[in-house]
Design a protein around this ligand. Structure first.
Ligand SMILES: Cc1cc2nc3c(=O)[nH]c(=O)nc-3n(C[C@H](O)[C@H](O)[C@H](O)COP(=O)(O)OP(=O)(O)OC[C@H]3O[C@@H](n4cnc5c(N)ncnc54)[C@H](O)[C@@H]3O)c2cc1C
Length: 387
């Protein structure tokens, strides 16, 4: 068993670390968090110049066909600096490339994948509805009806990350009236500029520089060829996207733990109380020790999940565990990082407060911690909490 990275992987790690230190400095990230709802074009272009978007695109469409582990090595460096930027990139690289790459026709792949590679096509995944994100089959009410050569879509989605800037809203709709709930969903690409689409802002405490918004569809007409995958089978097909998403979100948790640990470790050595640095208080050392352990555990299982995925082995359970371990590690780091900083833990003066807020976004998304635990046992054969 070898836990080390190859020479090539160390180069990826080093080059992304250098890139992120320069382009995602603490000052710039803070500026974004205070002023923008999505990373600015100039930063996007720097990722384009780095070749970022070609990474996961298959070689036959001009990409690098990068392995999941290699992609995660690069992603880890971004997650440590800004979860918002990681999310903003992830909704196109994770959802766009995967949905189109796995489910698209040859024509769809030839049309869209190179555009994504060039950084000219942004996507989002519009799955969740106001009725609930956990019970997805019960909650989806958005319909797409066939009308000659078009789909006519009506309904509403909530919390859709990056939809306000996406070129295409990859929308899961109910298309079948007479089939079982799990055989009635289809995925349709909806250009954001289409008549009848409106976007509403949802103010939130986390990830300020990557908004998650609501989408209203009012008799939105798109050509029939915008169907992605096979009609009625979206519930099963989207698993090819949702399972790897858990690995990416786990890495966001790793990034949060690492950032809070780094900032807290420095702070305890600088801050003075009772005639010396607060680093000498064992209770604060214990908080840091737990962060360190959580970081190691979360990082290991996240890379293990990516490795299983790359090697064609089942990884669904590990990816779910990774998301859970990383999310709870991030929440622990947020709670105790804020304690270590005292009052400054909740003030914007120190960068730690952004990570503290962001940590809460991965507790329930893309799957809640409660449901993750349920799934882990229910896939082992215990009674299910869903029909
Ligand atoms: C900032 C943000 C970004 C997001 N980005 C996207 C996106 O890009 N695209 C997208 O489609 N969605 C997105 N989501 C939606 C996200 O996936 C959902 O919020 C998530 O699935 C939980 O759904 P819910 O919020 O409706 O909570 P609910 O499903 O209403 O759950 C509420 C509570 O009930 C618990 N619960 C529900 N069912 C069970 C059960 N069977 N057993 C035990 N407990 C249960 C949950 O664990 C939770 O604690 C985002 C959400 C947010 C807030």
């Amino acid at each position: 068993m070898d836990f080390g990275f190859t020479e090539e992987q160390l180069i990826i790690q080093e080059s992304f670390r250098n890139f992120c230190e320069k382009e995602l400095s603490r000052e710039y990230v803070r500026w974004m968090d205070e002023h923008v709802d999505f990373p600015p074009d100039e930063l996007w272009q720097k990722f384009v110049d780095l070749g970022m978007f070609w990474g996961g695109i298959p070689v036959e469409y001009g990409g690098q066909g990068m392995a999941q582990v290699d992609g995660m090595i690069a992603f880890e460096q971004i997650c440590k600096r800004s979860m918002s930027v990681a999310l903003a990139l992830g909704v196109t690289m994770g959802f766009g490339v995967r949905f189109i790459g796995e489910l698209g026709t040859k024509e769809q792949k030839e049309k869209y994948l190179p555009l994504i590679g060039q950084g000219k096509f942004k996507t989002c995944m519009a799955l969740t509805e106001p009725g609930g994100g956990t019970d997805i089959l019960g909650a989806i009410k958005t319909t797409a009806e066939e009308k000659s050569d078009r789909w006519v879509i009506s309904g509403q989605k909530v919390f859709i990350t990056g939809a306000h800037v996406a070129d295409s809203l990859i929308t899961v709709c109910r298309t079948e009236k007479d089939k079982s709930r799990s055989r009635s969903l289809s995925t349709i690409m909806v250009p954001r500029e289409t008549k009848g689409v409106t976007i509403g802002r949802i103010p939130k405490i986390s990830c300020h520089h990557c908004d998650s918004v609501e989408i209203f569809y009012e008799d939105v007409e798109v050509p029939k060829e915008n169907l992605l995958g096979t009609r009625g089978n979206a519930f099963y097909e989207i698993m090819t996207v949702l399972n790897p998403e858990r690995i990416g979100v786990a890495m966001m948790g790793v990034g949060i733990i690492a950032a809070i640990y780094e900032l807290s470790f420095k702070y305890v050595q600088e801050r003075q109380a009772f005639g010396g640095p607060i680093s000498r208080f064992q209770i604060l050392q214990n908080y840091l020790a737990d962060m360190c352990i959580n970081l190691e555990n979360a990082r290991n299982i996240t890379y293990k999940s990516a490795w299983l995925c790359d090697n064609g082995k089942p990884y669904h359970l590990e990816a779910t565990m990774a998301k859970l371990v990383a999310a709870e590690g991030a929440r622990h780091a947020a709670t105790f990082g804020a304690e270590i900083f005292g009052g400054y833990g909740v003030c914007d003066e120190y960068p730690v407060s952004m990570f503290v807020r962001d940590a809460y976004q991965i507790q329930f998304s893309p799957i809640s911690n409660e449901m993750s635990r349920n799934m882990l046992m229910q896939f082992q054969g215990l009674p299910k909490s869903w029909p």
